[in-house]
Ligand binder design. Structure first.
Ligand code: NI
Length: 277
């Protein structure tokens, strides 16, 4: 049993065949999925999907690419929903900064401000964070520590793993491992993997992006988490079953709602409960 802690099922790329995607997920042992909303215009759809399936939950947040959309009252309204179990995806992403140095610092400051606001909201609402970090390890860590984000903890969903982030494991943070770990050029992540405490590992797809090998370049989907589990098992010299058991337990301790996930419900939990969205 696998819990996919990060899949953008609200993305348009799943609109046509969400049912089939979830059926394949279920057949592969995926027992629960968390949809982190990233764009203010998609939160409604994330919520709708979460309400159609009992073991799908959502999180509210604004991805750093869209930080200008930040609207706290909208996030607060959605966060009241019983199926909203986390705040995110939020964080810092310096991979697409403008070239001009002044514009760069304005952009960085704006991202940091919005990220801090997410952390404060998460603490106030007592929900864990889903944090996106790309080319911004130092500043991300600084915001998390300055804002005392460890009070709620969360998951670091990171593309470029860094030794520098590892000590956040002691501050209540988990590490989301996805398809990148299967890439030939993911040496850094494979090297760091054994240094992440086992009780802090989580599985994610980040679908529709970052499909694992051999599906690289195609749309990603929760069923492919099996490939991520296999690669982690191989790297850590463990059985795939142990990786599933440990990461599922971890997901349940961070996102308590998944403890309602029961094996005996697996046969029907991905069935529609309502109208098509
Ligand atoms: Ni994402």
């Amino acid at each position: 049993m696998i819990i996919d802690t990060h899949c953008h099922l609200d993305d348009k790329q799943y609109e046509e065949d969400l049912d089939k995607v979830l059926k394949r997920a279920q057949e592969s042992g995926v027992a629960g999925i968390l949809i982190p909303a990233a764009d203010i215009n998609d939160i409604q759809r994330a919520r709708t999907i979460a309400h159609l399936y009992s073991n799908i939950y959502f999180a509210v947040g604004i991805h750093p690419y869209h930080h200008l959309q930040y609207n706290e009252s909208v996030l607060r309204e959605f966060a009241k929903d019983e199926k909203c179990i986390a705040i995110g995806e939020c964080g810092l992403d310096y991979s697409r900064l403008p070239e001009d140095a002044d514009e760069q610092s304005v952009e960085k400051e704006a991202q940091k401000r919005v990220f801090s606001l997410h952390v404060r909201l998460a603490k106030e609402l007592k929900k864990p964070l889903i944090v996106h970090i790309r080319d911004a390890n130092d500043d991300s860590k600084k915001v998390l520590l300055d804002e005392q984000a460890g009070e709620v903890g969360g998951v670091l969903h990171c593309y470029n793993a860094s030794e520098h982030l590892l000590d956040l494991a002691d501050k209540g943070f988990y590490f989301g491992i996805g398809g990148v770990v299967t890439f030939k050029n993911a040496k850094k992540l494979v090297e760091i993997l054994p240094k992440i405490p086992l009780e802090k590992l989580l599985i994610e797809t980040d679908g529709p992006y970052l499909s694992p090998t051999p599906h690289r370049g195609e749309r990603n989907e929760p069923a492919y988490t099996v490939l991520v589990v296999e690669k982690i098992a191989q790297t850590l010299d463990m059985s795939a079953e142990d990786v599933c058991n440990i990461t599922t337990k971890n997901a349940m301790s961070l996102f308590k709602e998944f403890t309602k996930t029961k094996q005996d419900k697996l046969n029907n939990y991905f069935n529609f409960k309502g109208e098509k969205c």
